[in-house]
Each structure stands twice: as structure tokens, then as C-alpha cells.
Design a protein around this ligand. Structure first.
Ligand code: UD1
Ligand code: CA
Length: 455
């Protein structure tokens, strides 16, 4: 169900398209559904339907999606009624809400097992404050009814077991019950929860799977709840990393907004953010305050504090035992070999640095191929853009580029060559050559500075 407006979010974006970590709420729900190996998922849209459908159509998933629209929105029962024409009679339907993102597949597997293709199985939870939720009325082990908060008597409101909004039900039975719904209730809505009553009338057993982890059934209605669930999600990620052996200096101060893979003995300091797909090799150390996206970092590499790495589509690779930062910036297509050093205020874009190359201070390398053991001086720049096109710079092995040089691409610096500090190099150089391209120094001996005239 993804038709609701989510008024309390106070956002132009439909509620189910708000993001939790790296994907929208409804994408989290569908990712869980995918793990159930369902035949298909039926997404019921309504408010901003076209926008929701467009986002989901672009999401890659093994789960075939079908969309049905619910306009206007007359309640959860009315929502599920819209799906009836596309549901096969022989299946089990699992009803999920697009705004409840953190249900785990195991929980749903247990619910489906309880349904066993013939019962109505409800996911329930005991809540210290059940205000607003549908209450579970029991008859011993089986469920007699769900009573919505607004329709409940004081005695029913005292019940603390609530319906989570998630159920598993045989499709054939569901269809029959949906046809019998009415809206004679406090909210004038078609309640999906009324099907419990019909199941009891028809002698179908209604069973509850009761969990204790409230996060799994927590829905999001407001920015406060979105932030709370984001923290719950991040805590889950942090625990999973630590269980796997990753050492987090402060688990609560670190965010995963994608898939983070870690080998053994990885250490991560505070305030780091990981986005997209990031893989950290054995013994990698990440300093404080790094933002790292779409990047593979090989064993033994150290990323010093305040480094920003964003591989976007091209990716970034950092070789074994490389040193990056503090305050370094690696952009798409940066490929650092083993033992490469990238220091403070160095930017690398779409460039390959071979083993042992170093650019330690205040430099730019763009569209460059840098050979082994090259030393690239402080303040040096590859001028890769002529205002219209990008050009490449090749710096062969063992070259020493002095400080504050400009290498105007396209240009090649031959192997073992040296470029004097302050040079602007516009022509390729021979291997082994010293190249200097700057104004000659003039020194006037015993120079006298002008003196101030008497007033
Ligand atoms: C529902 C349950 C309640 C349960 C609670 C758990 C009903 C009648 N009540 O209550 O027993 O305790 O969830 O959170 O089912 N939606 C539509 N179309 C509609 C109405 C809702 O798509 O016409 C969607 C919403 O966008 C949301 C979900 O269904 O994703 C649940 O709707 P919501 O209004 O939050 O349900 P409640 O009334 O809180
Ligand atoms: Ca409602």
C-alpha cells in the first residue's frame, strides 16, 4: 500500500518516496519482498501515483512489479480491493505498507509459514502505548477481531496487543472477504482489518505472529519518525559490521548509505559516511570525518581524516598500503596503485597513479597517467582543459615534477625526467631530461630600495 499522502511529513514529496539511508521507504519494503521470492509485487498507488510508479519502474529488482491505482483513498480495505484483479487465486498475499521500511524477511517468512496457505496470519506486537493502533481481541490463542482505535471501547483501548498492518492471507479467501467490506465505522473507511470478522464467521482460523522488535513494524508519518528510524537502521548496520569484526570507534557516529563490504581488521573512526558500493580490504583504516562513495580500497591502505572520495559511476580504486589525506579529494576514475601517497589538498580525477607515485601537497591531477615512483611537487597542476576539450597528460616512471608546475595537456614527460619548479610545460620532454620553462632569475647585487621622500 503506497497510496497515502502522508500529510504530517509536510513535504511535496509523497511519503513513501522519502529516503531512509540510500533508498526510498517503499524501495526498502520492495527489497524485503524480493527476499521472499514472491511471484510479483502489486504496488497500490494513489497520491502522486505517477511519481511513485516512475521511481519504482527505474529501480532494478528481480521482483516483477505491477501497479494498481487507488483513487480516491477510502481506506486500507479499499486499497487492497484495487489489487484483486491482478492477484492469482492460488497464491498467498502478504500485505505490507509502503511506509514501514524495516521489516525483516525472516519475520515475514515466519508469518507466511503460519498462514500455511489456509489461515489468516497477522503480525502483532505488544506496545506500552497502543494509542492509534488497531487492537487485537483474542479468544485464547486465536484472534477474534481487530478493533480500530477510533471504534474501540475503553476496555478495548486498554488492550496492548496491536495489529502491525502486516498480514499473510490466502488470495482466494482474501478476495471473498474484500467483497464483503463496508464503511460503517467511526472513520467512514473500508477497513482491511474487518476481514478478521469474516474469517471468524467462515470458520477460518486467525493466528498471530507476535514479535518484540518494534522497529520492524514502525511506520513513518513525520520527519521525527523518519529520523528515529534512520538511527535504528544505522544502529542495525553498525551492529552487523561489528559482529563481522569491524572496529568502529563510535558506532552511533557513522552512517551507511549503501553497501559497505569490509574484510578483516578494518578500523573506522568517528563521523564517516559511506555511500553507494564501498569495499574495504584487510586492515584498512579510515580516519575521522571521511565521506567515501563508490570506491574500492585495498588491504593496508590508510585514509586520513577529512578525505572525500566519490567514485560515482566510474569508481575509485585505492591500492594496497596507499596513504590518502588528510583533506584529499579523489574523484571519479581515480585509480591509485600500491604505496601511492596522496596528501592534503590534492585532487585526483580520472587519473591512474602507478605504484609508489606521490603527490603530497596542494596539487591537481586530471586525465593523467602517472608512472611508478613519480614525485609530483606541491602546487603542480595538469592543465587538462583548454576551455573546450579535455586532454591527457602522461608522466612516465621516475619523473620528478618540481613545485608549482603547470603541465599543459596534451603533453608527455619522459621517463626519469625532471621538471624545474615553477615551469609551464607545453611541449613533451625527452627521457632523462631536465626541463625548465620559466623567467630566468636576475639578481642585482647591493640593490638599494627606494627611500621615503621627506614630507
Ligand atoms: C492501520 C490498521 C491498524 C494498524 C495500523 C498499523 C486499518 C483499518 N488499520 O491503521 O489496525 O494498527 O495500520 O500501522 O487497516 N493506505 C492506502 N490507501 C488508503 C489508506 C491507507 O494506500 O486508502 C496506506 C497508507 O498510505 C499506509 C497504509 O495504507 O501506507 C496504512 O494506512 P494508515 O492510514 O497509516 O493506517 P492506520 O489507519 O494507521
Ligand atoms: Ca487511516
Amino acid at each position: 500500500m503506497a497510496a497515502g499522502k502522508g500529510t504530517r511529513m509536510k513535504s511535496r514529496l509523497p511519503k513513501v518516496l522519502q529516503k531512509l539511508s540510500y533508498q526510498t521507504l517503499v524501495q526498502h519494503v520492495l527489497a524485503t519482498a524480493e527476499q521472499l521470492h514472491a511471484r510479483s509485487a502489486v504496488v497500490i498507488t494513489g497520491h502522486e501515483a505517477a511519481q511513485v510508479e516512475s521511481v519504482l519502474s527505474k529501480t532494478s529488482s528481480a521482483l516483477p512489479l505491477k501497479f494498481v491505482r487507488q483513487e480516491p483513498q477510502l481506506g486500507t480495505g479499499h486499497a487492497v480491493q484495487q489489487a484483486v484483479p491482478v492477484l492469482a487465486d492460488d497464491g498467498v498475499v502478504v500485505v505490507l505498507s509502503g511506509d514501514v521500511p524495516l521489516t525483516q524477511a525472516d519475520t515475514l517468512h515466519a508469518l507466511i509459514a503460519l498462514c500455511a496457505g489456509q489461515h489468516l496470519a497477522l503480525l502483532t506486537l505488544n506496545m506500552p502505548d497502543p494509542t492509534g493502533y488497531g487492537r487485537i481481541e483474542r479468544n485464547g490463542d486465536s484472534v477474534r477481531a481487530i478493533v480500530e482505535h477510533k471504534d474501540a471501547s475503553p476496555a478495548q483501548r486498554a488492550l496492548t496487543e496491536i495489529y502491525s498492518g502486516i498480514m499473510a492471507v490466502p488470495a482466494r479467501l482474501l478476495k471473498g472477504w474484500l467483497a464483503r467490506l463496508d464503511n460503517n465505522n467511526a472513520q467512514g473507511e473500508y477497513y482491511l482489518t474487518d476481514i478478521v470478522k469474516f474469517a471468524v464467521q467462515d470458520g477460518v482460523s486467525v493466528v498471530a505472529h507476535t514479535i518484540t522488535d518494534a522497529v520492524q513494524v514502525a511506520g513513518i508519518n513525520s520527519p521525527v519518525q523518519l529520523a528515529e528510524l534512520e538511527r535504528a537502521y544505522q544502529q542495525r548496520q553498525a551492529l552487523a559490521l561489528m559482529e563481522q569484526g569491524v572496529r568502529l570507534k563510535y558506532p552511533a557516529r557513522r552512517d551507511n548509505r549503501g553497501v559497505l563490504e569490509c574484510a578483516g581488521d578494518v578500523e573506522i573512526d568517528v563521523n564517516c559516511i559511506f555511500e553507494g558500493h564501498v569495499a574495504l580490504g584487510e586492515g584498512v583504516k579510515i580516519g575521522a570525518n571521511c565521506v567515501i562513495s563508490n570506491c574500492t580500497i585495498a588491504a593496508g591502505a590508510v585514509i586520513h581524516p577529512f578525505t572525500h572520495i566519490d567514485g560515482e559511476k566510474l569508481g575509485v580504486t585505492v591500492g594496497e598500503d596507499a596513504r590518502v589525506g588528510p583533506f584529499a579529494r579523489l574523484r571519479p576514475g581515480a585509480q591509485l596503485g600500491a604505496d601511492v601517497h596522496i596528501g592534503n589538498f590534492v585532487e585526483v580525477k580520472n587519473s591512474t597513479l602507478a605504484q609508489g607515485a606521490k603527490a603530497n601537497h596542494l596539487a591537481y591531477l586530471g586525465d593523467a597517467t602517472v608512472g611508478e615512483r613519480v614525485n609530483y611537487g606541491a602546487g603542480s597542476i595538469t592543465a587538462n582543459y583548454d576551455g573546450a576539450n579535455k586532454h591527457c597528460t602522461v608522466i612516465e616512471a621516475d619523473v620528478h615534477i618540481g613545485s608549482n608546475c603547470v603541465l599543459v595537456a596534451p603533453v608527455t614527460i619522459g621517463a626519469g625526467g625532471t621538471v624545474g619548479g615553477g615551469s609551464t610545460i607545453t611541449k613533451s620532454t625527452e627521457a632523462g631530461a631536465l626541463s625548465v620553462a620559466r623567467g630566468k632569475q636576475v639578481s642585482v647585487v647591493n640593490y638599494k630600495r627606494p627611500e621615503k621622500r621627506p614630507q
